[in-house]
Ligand binder design. Structure first.
Ligand SMILES: Cc1ncc(COP(=O)(O)O)c(C=O)c1O
Ligand SMILES: [Zn+2]
Length: 417
């Protein structure tokens, strides 16, 4: 279905109103980036006494992120991207041994549908906000995975897409976006330059830039990672969760998601300790956690982990707060460590992750070494994007395959080596 003025009017979906996280000012549902009073971030307002489903009701619903629709910022049925989410939670005993913890799992968003990263979740929320608000063009500022996701979801919906990325990204991110036929624009500059430009673009053209003027809706999609982890563990929470950070939205929404399920009594116990991971060449949120205080010091990124290369993260302060207040911490790892992390996940878990997954695995090892994860812990690693998107990172790190003639004795020679 293509949104035209007549079909927009027929969309059976409305977006929830918004409230400023800092000053509490209320805003009607709209494509608006920040609070008009204080420039603070906006969150959707939910009806506190709305009917909530129990475990059995949720478990009977289709396996997508919409099974938790009462905690997503809409009234009515989603129009687009109804099949995104509900990725596997993979138990990883070999990883648990390497970390020295009781049990470990990988939340495997490398197979999120349709574009192989957790960004499909936030775009599923963002594109439905666009539908509810009557917008026929969506877009984003992206470090790569969000570009892939916006392009794929827009193509399926028949919406126009304008996507802005830094000039230098991996081929998998660029081609894996262009293939869907959006307008893709490479900007000479860092992600932070791209993001500033997109704020102006959203104002000038009135498009729905999912992580700019639809950000209040978009961010809520990340909470579904927490809901799925809780449900897939048999309606309980792990003791610790390790997740990658770029803008810091996923990390802060994990806290909100676990908090909401605890509040709804769908799970019991304490919220998990949240641990954030970044590459040391771009670690402004890790440095804030280590330093203390309440202000990000922006950095110029220097790392092969381009997906996490945000020097001035919009939700960095909230992510740091989520880590401190749950008793967690943060860790930064070198590019060499992140490549080793990608190999570890592949060899020990059978999951091929992009650079952000390598950062997360390597950070978990560092946190275990420093005693922040211990023998009683049940740990979930959020592995958020597929490794085929960043082949450049591991090209030099894998063994070269021998070439043989189609003769048994040449294989026998290899076996005997
Ligand atoms: C693969 C991957 N993981 C994690 C993140 C971090 O997301 P957030 O910006 O919500 O911190 C990103 C962001 O681009 C990403 O591409
Ligand atoms: Zn405000």
């Amino acid at each position: 279905m293509t949104l035209t003025p007549s079909t927009i009017a027929a969309v059976p979906l409305t977006a929830r109103p918004l409230r400023c996280r800092n000053c509490g000012a209320d805003h009607a549902a709209a494509p608006v980036a920040v609070c008009e009073q204080c420039l603070g971030p906006l969150d959707p307002v939910y009806e506190p006494d709305r009917a909530l489903p129990d475990r059995t009701t949720i478990a009977r619903r289709a396996p997508s992120l919409w099974r938790y629709r009462e905690w997503l910022p809409f009234d009515g049925d989603p129009v687009w991207s109804r099949d995104t989410g509900f990725t596997p939670l993979v138990e990883a005993p070999a990883l648990a041994r390497r970390l020295g913890v009781a049990r470990a799992w990988v939340k495997n968003d490398t197979v999120c549908h349709p574009s192989l990263s957790f960004k499909d979740r936030v775009v599923a929320a963002g594109i439905n906000a666009a539908a509810a608000l009557g917008l026929d063009t969506i877009g984003c500022a992206s470090t790569g995975n969000l570009a892939n996701a916006v392009a794929a979801h827009a193509a399926r919906a028949g919406l126009k897409a304008w996507i802005f990325i830094p000039e230098e990204l991996e081929a998998g991110k660029v081609i894996g976006t262009s293939i869907y036929g959006p307008r893709l624009v490479r900007v000479r500059g860092t992600y932070d330059d791209v993001n500033r430009l997109c704020a102006q673009v959203a104002d000038r053209f009135g498009w729905g830039m999912v992580n700019v003027n639809l950000r209040g809706y978009y961010g809520e999609g990340s909470k579904t990672v927490a809901y799925e982890i809780a449900e897939q563990l048999g309606w309980r929470v792990p003791t610790a969760v390790v997740a990658p950070m770029a803008g810091g939205s996923l990390l802060s929404k994990l806290r909100k998601g676990f908090g909401e399920f605890l509040e709804a009594r769908l799970v019991d116990g304490r919220p998990p300790r949240l641990y954030g991971a970044q590459a040391s060449g771009c670690a402004p949120i890790v440095r804030l956690v280590e330093r203390g205080g309440d202000a990000i010091e922006p950095e110029v990124p220097r790392t092969i982990c381009r997906s996490l290369a945000i020097g001035n993260p919009a939700d960095g302060v909230y992510a740091a707060r989520a880590m401190r207040e749950t008793g967690g911490w943060a860790a930064a790892v070198s590019d060499a460590e992140l490549v080793a992390g990608i190999r570890l996940l592949a060899e020990e878990v059978g999951v091929f992750a992009e650079t952000a997954g390598g950062v997360t695995a390597a950070a978990a090892l560092a946190l275990a070494r420093s005693g922040r994860l211990g023998p009683d812990d049940e740990v979930v690693l959020c592995i958020t994007g597929h490794g085929l998107k960043t082949l450049e990172a591991v090209q030099g790190a894998v063994a070269e395959a021998p070439v043989v003639a189609p003769r048994l004795r040449e294989v026998a020679a290899l076996v005997e080596q």
